[in-house]
Design a protein around this ligand. Structure first.
Ligand SMILES: [Zn+2]
Length: 172
């Protein structure tokens, strides 16, 4: 008897990596054949998909490979580079039990849009940061989502204020 958890390899992305209800949008970096060492120490050649995002690579099974091929209308892994996929946890039957498995939504992920609280414009990526990074950063720091321009403005303002305070302290 094999407990399904025995088949979960912590070196690779799996259903365990997602919180309940969470869906993960990731960008494909490259896909290649790799020798995977399972939790039981057994070696197996698998197709592994690597992402540009800071997440573990994922072992690509037939179901998920077919989904990507369908979404992007190409069976060629070279043409999957740079494409986005949306991962979710599905309940699937395996070993006579219902278990959780990582699956790909059968459509192109919808981009989340974030609106700048200062100018009302959509937040766009800047430098290494995605629109989401910028939105999350400013939300955390300032309690509102800001575009890169207005974030920079606020940062500069904060710096100027710091300097003014320093000057005032020196004068006192
Ligand atoms: Zn703005």
């Amino acid at each position: 008897m094999t407990h399904w958890k025995k088949l979960t390899n912590p070196d690779y992305l799996g259903a365990y990596a997602l919180e309940e209800g969470q869906e993960l949008v990731v960008t494909i970096d490259y896909v290649r054949e790799e020798t995977v060492i399972g939790p039981d120490g057994k070696k197996e050649d698998c197709t592994v998909i690597h992402f540009k995002d800071k997440v573990k690579p994922m072992i690509l099974n037939v179901t998920n490979a077919k989904t990507i091929a369908k979404i992007y209308s190409t069976p060629y892994i070279e043409e999957w580079v740079g494409k986005k996929i949306q991962l979710y946890v599905a309940q699937v039957k395996a070993f006579g039990e219902v278990v959780e498995a990582l699956r790909i939504r059968p459509y192109m992920p919808k981009e989340d849009t974030y609106i700048c609280a200062a100018c009302g414009e959509e937040i766009t990526p800047a430098g290494q940061l995605t629109a989401r990074d910028i939105a999350m950063n400013t939300q955390k720091k300032y309690g509102k989502m800001l575009c890169a321009t207005h974030w920079a403005e606020l940062r500069d303002k904060a710096k100027t204020e710091e300097k003014t305070n320093e000057n005032n302290e020196n004068q006192n």
